[in-house]
Design a protein around this ligand. Sequence first.
Ligand code: HEM
Length: 185
Amino acid sequence: MLIQLALTGLIVALLPLSMVWVSNDSDKYRKLIWITLFLTFDLIMFGAFTRLTDSGLGCPDWPGCYGHADPIKAHADISAAEIAMPTGPVTVVKAWIEMIHRYFAMGIGVLIVAMMLISWRRWLQSKRAESKFSPTFPTFLFLFVCLQGAFGAWTVTMKLQPIIVTIHLLLGMALLALLAWYGSH
Ligand code: HEM
């Protein structure tokens, strides 16, 4: 299940990564930062959609949905929960909304990992001390997105505790601000 989830994150990131790869932009790295920023903005909106449609517990466990990588495989459990309580918290639609938010988030994670690996490679290949490609900030971004992922997990496992959801929202905004700062430097 974990491998399947990781593969889904890779597939989500494939389109933006190949867009950067084939572009004629003179600074592809900066383009990667701005595309990640644009997608993070979309993910924040999708997070709000997840919250406003009451889908936060659409899959009550983490990282999978009833222990599966997607709601198709978890269909029997989801249907049983929906029949027991038709208004939620678990319904087929809510489970999909919740899992799409997670897939999207994993895609952003992969983009940030790509950023970190590229910066480390450039730094190792250059004269390190003089290099303008310091890997420090992208490594920090990677740790930051892991923290955001952890708060995403706690949002679910602590059953939408308001303080946890609020920190998850704040960290999402902070990630957007950090990417904007990085992209404009
Ligand atoms: C880059 C990563 C992520 C970003 C930027 C992000 C952002 C957001 C935002 C902005 C919200 C809306 C909060 C609100 O309006 O109060 C949200 C909701 C939510 N997020 Fe994430 N998220 C990320 C990753 C994750 C992950 C990995 C999970 C894993 C389970 C997750 C689970 C949730 C859940 C369950 C909600 C709904 C909360 C509710 O219904 O109250 N998020 N997310």
